[in-house]
Ligand binder design. Structure first.
Ligand SMILES: C[S@@+](CC[C@H](N)C(=O)[O-])C[C@H]1O[C@@H](n2cnc3c(N)ncnc32)[C@H](O)[C@@H]1O
Length: 234
């Protein structure tokens, strides 16, 4: 059983439900959540599991990080942008994309006051399903709490879209959350490794699946899983 929703989660669900576009209009539910500062997902820092993967476990993935540096990285639904900035700090030019103009303002302001902020990063307002990717596609993407934020009916489109915007042999890292329980009425909607596999199976091969040991503050073990997929070569 998933835990009972917090008042903040209840408010987000209300905002998304009241958005005629199901949360997918630029000034709809998500933007309103950012305006009201109802952002319980926002850790204000890099996800520890992502730090663990890039800095301690990357060898197990079997793809050289250097081989991805000639392309750009994408973090869709980037929110405050800490994970995007973390990728940029690894020497990959990064785009943090969010549907909500308020989230993008927050991300830019946060970066501006970050000591030694990377300069190879841009935060852009845009819809993941419609924005224009760089010519040739991204070499790397990171997805955390974006898959669980969209309606499950959009999951196949989500997978197809990553297949369009990531270049052949490019890498998609998914920090799967929340994989516990059977949650009704999201966001966040419950996810599972199988749901990622099903959405991505057409264009990607899974090359890594492991439980992270470094978790977000207060997070119980068993709610996250780190998954890495490689775009099939054409
Ligand atoms: C649950 S929040 C997660 C934010 C961030 N990944 C984090 O972990 O802090 C989901 C984010 O996805 C954004 N979003 C929702 N639909 C989107 C879309 N179609 N394109 C881009 N961003 C979207 C929302 O505005 C929101 O900032």
């Amino acid at each position: 059983m998933a835990a009972a929703p917090t008042p903040e989660m209840v408010r987000i669900r209300e905002l998304i439900a009241n958005d005629p576009a199901g949360g997918q209009s630029p000034t709809g539910g998500w933007d309103q959540a950012w305006k009201e500062k109802v952002t319980p997902w926002d850790a204000g820092d890099v996800q520890p599991a992502f730090r663990e993967l890039l800095d301690e476990r990357w060898e197990d993935v079997g793809v050289s990080l250097d081989s991805l540096k000639d392309g750009k990285a994408l973090v869709a639904g980037c929110g405050r942008g800490c994970d995007a900035a973390f990728i940029a700090q690894h020497g990959i030019e990064t785009v943090g994309l969010d549907l909500s103009p308020t989230a993008v303002e927050v991300a830019r302001a946060h970066l501006a006051k970050t000591p030694d902020a990377p300069t190879n990063i841009n935060f852009e307002t845009g819809d993941f399903f419609k924005f224009t990717p760089p010519t040739g596609g991204f070499s790397l993407a990171f997805d955390y709490t974006f898959f669980c934020a969209i309606n499950p009916s959009m999951r196949a489109s989500w997978g197809k879209r990553y297949g369009e915007v990531i270049r052949p042999n490019g890498v998609l890292i998914c920090l799967a959350f929340p994989i516990d329980g059977n949650r009704e009425g999201g966001p966040p909607f419950s996810v599972s490794e199988e749901a990622y596999d099903a959405a991505l199976g057409g264009d990607f091969d899974k090359i890594y699946s492991k439980q992270p040991t470094k978790l977000a503050e207060g997070r119980a073990a068993g709610r996250d899983r780190m998954l890495v997929y490689k775009r099939k070569s054409e």
